[in-house]
Write a new protein. Sequence first.
Length: 188
Amino acid sequence: MTKETPNVFLQGDMIDLLPLNSEHASLYVKWENSPEVRVYARNSIPITMEEMKKDLETQKEGLKKEIVFEVFHKEDKKPIGYCVINDINYLDCNAYFGLVIGEKEYWGQNIATETARLLVKYAFNELNLNKLYAKICTLNTGSWRAAEKNRFIREGLFKKDAYIGGKFLDTYVYSLLREDWSNNVENE
């Protein structure tokens, strides 16, 4: 892993968000294919190193529908996951939000909460989005707690919405409006 100071895009307390790095492709492949990591991220098709490198090299013309960041642990100086704003609808100013902490030893340390905070701020302040959505399996308590700590509101429940481990499981639907977020940020 690279030990020098990375190219920071968004700075946090414990983590920074960086552009994806082709030198870390093997880590991304490991996380995408790990049964424990990918289960709730819904990565059901394996990815090869060649496919990952091709994805990292592909530059799309026009407005991006997806923006992905590497989650970089500042103290340990290493990448530990990724986060994404995807299905960006520039006309209606909304998008979906997601994140994966790929290194299990960092689970349960509020890193997902901080990652979400940085990504929400970026989505509202820099992308000028008005609403963010997240779909989270009801069993994925770490993810829905991180969403709730960042003021996402549970709007609904999709019954038997995700097929995981041979069973159909329920999914929570969360959203966050920019006005609700900014009103709370001003009061902090």
